[in-house]
Design a protein. Structure first.
Length: 108
């Protein structure tokens, strides 16, 4: 089995993940992030992380395509799919990144 990632509402092979160089997260540094980890294969304090993510989104007025429920579902799916690839006793780190998306005018 191949590790998977979640990008633009889709599960993809992790090795196929790429982010467009025109993404304003790179051009302007406009990125909201949450970093989580698992203990015993379960995400730790997922709801607290999602609450903090929502607060950051409100402050920056960024609106991801996915709802928080969809992000939560994706996070759980990613952990379930990828945890089975680890050595026994190992755990995962998970980064949630939200950017404004691709610049319509090349970042100018």
């Amino acid at each position: 089995m191949i590790p998977v990632a979640y990008y633009n509402s889709e599960l993809i092979n992790r090795d196929e993940l790429s982010i467009d160089i025109s993404d304003l997260g790179f051009i302007l540094g406009t990125t909201i992030s949450e970093r989580l980890r698992t203990f015993g294969g379960q995400l730790f304090e997922l709801d607290a992380h999602l609450t903090r993510l929502q607060q950051s989104l409100n402050i920056t007025q960024l609106s991801p395509k996915e709802s928080l429920c969809e992000i939560k579902e994706a996070a759980v799916t990613l952990v379930n799919r990828n945890h089975s690839l680890l050595e026994p006793g190992s755990d995962l780190g998970l980064a949630i990144l939200v950017t404004p998306g691709i610049s319509k005018n090349g970042g100018c």
